[in-house]
Write a protein that binds this ligand. Structure first.
Ligand code: SAM
Length: 279
């Protein structure tokens, strides 16, 4: 019997899979495919040990990253894809994976990834850029049941995810991500790494949910405070927070933050203290 790893490696090249299945990329589905298997193996490796629990992939497309995950020893990959053409194209990979790959036909925005298999749940994906941020925000809300996320975003979004206070990219997304996870930039990829190439560069980011989870405030109140503060980021906080409190100066002084500061100058802990004071 053929070794399943060899069976995956023996599949036709991805360009052949795409040609034979008429898998012309659809912009509406954020389809920018990775066809270099050395690169997809590298991304899979960056996700760490995949030999236990469940690896969830969003949008396997023609299966380049999926092959990488299987090649790196993922024991159980569950891939969610909403393009029916990809399900046909991926059928030989499902067979070659000999029980290690399950495809789910559906919209990732409607799927509870933490229900797709045994823990630990690790999400690894080259995300469709049009829904990447809402997907990430949803996963942050369930982060207590997620072991790690290794995700490709547009570089500009990746920069915001890992940004520290005071940096130009520091934003609402930076606060939410770094409050809940340890974040790290893994690698940057030029547009030419994809077929078709997107307009901008991309980057892989690692997010490891903190354990134990932070408990000082809820994510909902942190979302509220950061929305108000960064919604008017040029304003001093005493002005920007007027949309969520009648007494911004009182709120800020209760947690020892100068009312003249701007959102981009606060640390994640200061945002947490503000959110707590709002509860
Ligand atoms: N993983 C493949 C790769 O790296 O070559 C494809 C990545 S491509 C950027 C995004 C994939 O997500 C496409 O296959 C697309 O069909 C799929 N997709 C788009 N929207 C989706 C959704 N709402 N739910 C599930 N999959 C989706």
């Amino acid at each position: 019997m053929t070794d399943p790893v060899d069976a995956v490696a023996d599949l036709p090249p991805l360009r052949t899979v795409i040609a034979e299945n008429d898998l012309a990329a659809r912009k509406s589905l954020g389809q920018n495919f990775l066809l270099d298997l050395n690169l997809t193996a590298k991304i899979a490796r960056s996700a760490g040990d995949l030999s236990t629990g469940t690896v969830v992939e969003i949008g396997p497309g023609p299966g380049g990253l999926t092959r990488g995950l299987l090649g790196q020893g993922a024991e159980r990959v569950v891939a969610v894809e909403r393009d029916a053409r990809c399900h046909v194209a991926l059928a030989p990979l499902v067979t070659a994976a000999a029980g290690r790959l399950t495809l789910i036909d559906g919209d990732a925005l409607d799927v509870d990834v933490t229900e797709l298999g045994p823990a630990p749940i690790r999400i690894v994906a080259n995300l469709p850029y049009n829904i990447a941020t809402p997907l990430l925000i949803g996963w942050l809300k369930q982060a207590d049941r997620i072991a790690s996320m290794t995700l490709m975003f547009q570089k500009e979004v990746a920069d915001r995810i890992v940004a520290a206070p005071g940096e130009k990219a520091f934003s609402r997304l930076s606060v939410l991500c770094n409050w809940r996870c340890d974040t790290r930039m893994v690698m940057t990829l030029p547009p030419q790494a994809f077929t078709p190439p997107p307009k901008v560069s991309s980057a892989v980011v690692s997010l490891i949910p903190k354990t134990p989870a932070p408990t000082a405030c809820s994510m909902a109140s942190l979302e509220r405070v950061t929305q108000a503060a960064f919604g008017q980021r040029r304003k001093m906080l005493r002005g920007a927070l007027k949309s969520i409190t009648t007494d911004p100066e009182g709120l800020l002084s209760s947690v020892g933050i100068a009312a003249t500061k701007r959102a981009e100058e606060l640390t994640v802990s200061e945002f947490e203290a503000l959110a707590k004071a709002m509860e």
